[in-house]
Design a protein around this ligand. Structure first.
Ligand SMILES: Cc1ncc(COP(=O)(O)O)c(C=O)c1O
Length: 497
């Protein structure tokens, strides 16, 4: 291949396709091996000093052969990922993708479609995928939807449609000035809501975070009272947000009760089902997301429990016209024509925020077509069963205790040394978490449940086995015991005795 990427004809295509083909084939082989052997590597490791230095190189004004650049990728980039593809990564809520998803990225990259609209296969694929997803979520056949970067943007889009439903499309011109709009959600709602109300101009003070019960489900009685109080004082309730899978404990609100309330007051009902909505794919556990089908809009992530490659979020909206009116735009440079490529160049761009959009739907299409939705549902089912296994392990292991409720695919737990003050237990578990991560053996993350710091396992990993959870618990116990031995010899004051 040319020493510089520019070929003699001046394009960025190679002059020698065969040389590029050879490197391309090697890349595919290497990456398939990389995925096959993922279990043999650490779940996470810190980027080396050499890698950090290599990735601070000056701007490459002149190129070099792809083979050299690829070697550098293998040296400085490939060994240091987040780790979420590893079988013992259960931190935050990260999915791990599939080899088929990786190949889909390659195919989509070759086509490199611009999917704002236009008469092309990518539009048909996205419509088909939205149709499949609507069916899986028990939404009506003519449901509108959009594939986006992730749950945050999917939720933002749902809330924006809710805003315009309540305030009218005039809000697009005059803004939300003095609308006195209020949004309702449980105290366990993910931070997307704060960010969305901030961006939409309502401000975070427009959110009523309602307390939850012992299962971390929104208190319907308190919500009801709050809406009544707000109406009596001239405020305008515009949206009830339900959770299907809260971030800390995996709780799902009583979605039927929320829907009843939304109907009673004619308020938009949006659900953040970032991961929990996917429980609908499991025949055994679909009841965990029961009532989701009654929402006006729902957001969820295929890059979490759909096991698809990043980035892939979904928003479904029952009232497609309202969604298109909320985001519609028609500048002269994007005119519609009765023939040619552009009968509707902003068809998808008018359902969300992006104009230029990539071919995200191909990942979903290829993966769902290849594995079938039953297999995805079976993997989800296995994850939930494995979490039950972990709950039992925690319950029967001395010094470990579950923290807060545990639903669906999430468990929080901590190690409680004898005679240690509560504040000490929190910092002890924070240190324990870091040590487990740094060991490379497993990656849980953390949660704060009330005043308690906990290690948190959120399981959306199709590569984990039950033995992986045995390893986590052994490692947590062994590490905690070692820390106690160290503190006995170096730092006795951190313990009460
Ligand atoms: C419950 C919940 N909602 C929303 C989000 C935001 O999704 P994303 O990170 O894809 O933007 C997350 C992410 O973990 C989540 O767990």
């Amino acid at each position: 291949m040319n020493p510089t990427p520019l070929s003699q004809s001046g394009t960025l295509d190679p002059t020698d396709w065969d040389e590029l083909r050879a490197i391309g084939h090697a890349m595919i082989d290497d990456m398939l091996d990389y995925l096959r052997d993922v279990r043999d590597r650490p779940a996470w490791q810190r980027p080396s000093e050499e890698a950090r230095a290599a990735l601070m190189a000056p701007t490459p004004r002149e190129g070099k052969p792809l083979s050299e650049v690829y070697d550098e990728f293998k040296r400085s980039i490939l060994p240091y990922p987040t780790g979420n593809i590893h079988p013992r990564f259960w931190g935050w809520v990260m999915g791990n993708g599939t080899p088929v998803g990786m190949l889909a990225e390659l195919l989509g990259g070759a086509m490199n479609c611009h999917v704002s609209g236009y008469d092309q296969s990518a539009v048909l694929v996205e419509k088909q995928v939205i149709g499949w997803l609507a069916e899986l979520m028990d939404f009506p056949v003519n449901t509108s939807g959009l594939l986006v970067s992730g749950g945050t943007v999917a939720n933002l889009i749902g809330l924006t449609v809710a805003r315009n439903h309540a305030l009218g499309q005039g809000v697009r011109s005059v803004g939300v000035n003095n609308s006195r709009a209020m949004v309702y959600a449980s105290s366990q709602t993910h931070g997307w809501l704060d960010r969305s109300c901030d961006l939409l101009g309502f401000g975070k003070n427009s959110i009523r975070y309602v307390n939850v019960d012992e299962h971390h489900r929104i208190r319907i009685d308190l919500l009801h009272e709050q809406i009544d109080r707000d109406l009596a004082s001239g405020l305008k309730p515009i949206c009830i947000v339900g959770n299907a899978g809260t971030v800390s404990c995996g709780a799902t609100d009583d979605l039927h009760a929320l829907s009843d309330l939304a109907e009673q007051y004619d308020i938009w009902f949006h659900i953040d089902g970032a991961f929990g909505a996917l429980a609908k794919l499991s025949p055994k556990y679909r009841g965990l997301a029961d009532g989701l089908e009654r929402a006006d809009s729902v957001a969820f992530d295929l890059h979490k429990w759909g096991y698809m490659q990043y980035e892939l979020g979904v928003v479904l909206v029952k009232d497609g016209e309202l969604q298109s009116e909320t985001f519609g735009f028609a500048p002269s440079y994007l005119d519609k024509f009765s023939g040619g490529i552009a009968p509707n160049p902003t068809e998808f761009a008018s359902k969300g925020i992006q104009l230029s959009r990539g071919f995200r739907s191909l990942k979903a299409w290829l993966q769902l077509s290849t594995y079938g939705t039953d297999a995805i549902g079976a993997a989800i089912e296995e994850n939930i069963d494995q979490i039950e296994h972990l709950r039992k392990l925690v319950a029967r292991t001395p010094h470990l205790e579950q923290v807060g409720p545990s639903a669906m695919n999430v468990v929080c737990f901590r190690y409680v040394p004898e005679n240690m003050a509560a504040s000490g237990v929190n910092s002890f578990n924070a240190e324990l978490l870091v040590r487990i991560q740094e060991s490379g053996l497993a990656v849980p993350s953390n949660a704060r449940i009330g005043d308690d710091f906990a290690l948190r396992v959120a399981h959306t990993n199709h590569r984990s086995t039950r033995e992986d959870f045995d390893i986590l618990i052994e490692s947590a116990t062994r590490t905690a015991e070692l820390m106690l031995l160290e503190s006995d010899s170096h730092d006795p004051p951190s313990r009460q005795d």
